[in-house]
Design a protein around this ligand. Structure first.
Ligand code: FDM
Ligand code: MG
Length: 226
C-alpha cells in the first residue's frame, strides 16, 4: 500500500463568521486565517458579498446607494452571489483547504427580512439558501448595542442605521435559535486577542471533528419552531 492510499485526503472545514456590523468579523477572520496557516492548515478566506463579480457589482452599487432595487430582487442577487461561488467552495473544501467565510446565508436572510417588507419574511428569505454548502460551524460574534456604539458611528452604506441594526439583532436571534446545532455564539465585546483565542480554539476543534461529520453537507429548510 502506498502512502497516498493509506492516508486518504482529509477535507477542509467550512467555517462561517457572522454578526452585526462592528462586531469585528473581518479582523477576526483575518486573524483566524493567519493562526490556522501558522498551524499548518491550508486556508482560503472569502467575504460575502463578493463585490468583484458582475452580480457583486450590482450589489455594491445598491449598498453604496448608487442604485435602487426591489427588495426581493436584491435579496435574490445576494443569494445568487453565494451560488456563483458554491462549486468553488465545495471543490476547495474537498481538496483539503479550510474555507473561512465572512457573512453568509444568515446575513442574507436577516438583513432582507429586517426591512419589514410584508411579502419578504424570514422564511421567504431563507428559501433560496437551501442547498448551498452548509457550514461545519457558524461563529456568531455577539456584541451589545452599547459596545457597538462605543466602537464608533455608522458608515454611509445602506443598512448602516439604528433601525435596521436593531431589527437585524432581533432577527439574528430568531434565526440562530432555529439553526442551533451549527452555531457557536462568541462574546465579541472582549479584547481582540481574547476573542481571537476562543475563535481559533473552536475552529481547531471543528477541524478535528470533520471525520465524524463526514462530507460537506447542504443547508436545509428553516426549522419550524411554532
Ligand atoms: N448583506 C450581506 C445582505 O444584506 N445580504 C447578504 O446576503 C450579505 C452577505 O450587506 F449590511 C449586507 C450586510 C451589510 C452589507 O456587508 C455589506 P459588509 O460585511 O458590512 O461589507
Ligand atoms: Mg458593514
Amino acid at each position: 500500500m502506498t502512502l497516498l492510499e493509506s492516508q486518504p485526503m482529509r477535507r477542509g472545514a467550512l467555517i462561517i463568521v457572522e454578526g452585526l456590523d462592528r462586531a469585528g468579523k473581518s479582523s477576526q477572520c483575518e486573524l483566524l486565517r493567519d493562526q490556522l496557516l501558522t498551524k499548518g492548515h491550508a486556508v482560503e478566506y472569502i467575504r460575502f458579498p463578493d463585490r468583484t463579480t458582475p452580480i457583486g457589482k450590482l450589489i455594491d452599487s445598491y449598498l453604496r446607494n448608487a442604485s435602487h432595487q426591489d427588495d426581493h430582487s436584491i435579496h435574490l442577487l445576494f443569494s445568487a452571489n453565494r451560488w456563483e461561488l458554491a462549486k468553488h467552495i465545495q471543490d476547495t473544501v474537498a481538496n483539503g483547504t479550510t474555507v473561512i467565510v465572512d457573512r453568509y446565508s444568515y446575513s442574507g436572510a436577516v438583513y432582507s427580512a429586517a426591512k419589514a417588507n410584508p411579502t419578504l419574511s424570514l422564511e421567504w428569505a431563507w428559501q433560496p439558501e437551501v442547498g448551498l454548502p452548509r457550514p461545519d460551524i457558524c461563529l456568531f460574534l455577539s456584541i451589545s448595542p452599547e459596545e457597538a456604539a462605543k466602537r464608533g458611528g455608522f458608515g454611509a452604506e445602506r443598512y448602516e442605521n439604528e433601525t435596521m441594526q436593531s431589527r437585524v439583532r432581533q432577527l439574528f436571534g430568531t434565526l440562530l435559535d432555529r439553526q442551533r446545532d451549527d452555531v457557536c455564539v462568541i462574546d465579541a465585546g472582549r479584547t481582540v486577542d481574547e476573542v481571537s483565542e476562543e475563535i481559533v480554539d473552536v475552529a481547531v476543534k471543528c477541524i478535528s471533528r470533520l471525520d465524524a461529520i463526514g462530507p460537506l453537507r447542504a443547508l436545509g429548510p428553516l426549522e419550524i419552531t411554532h
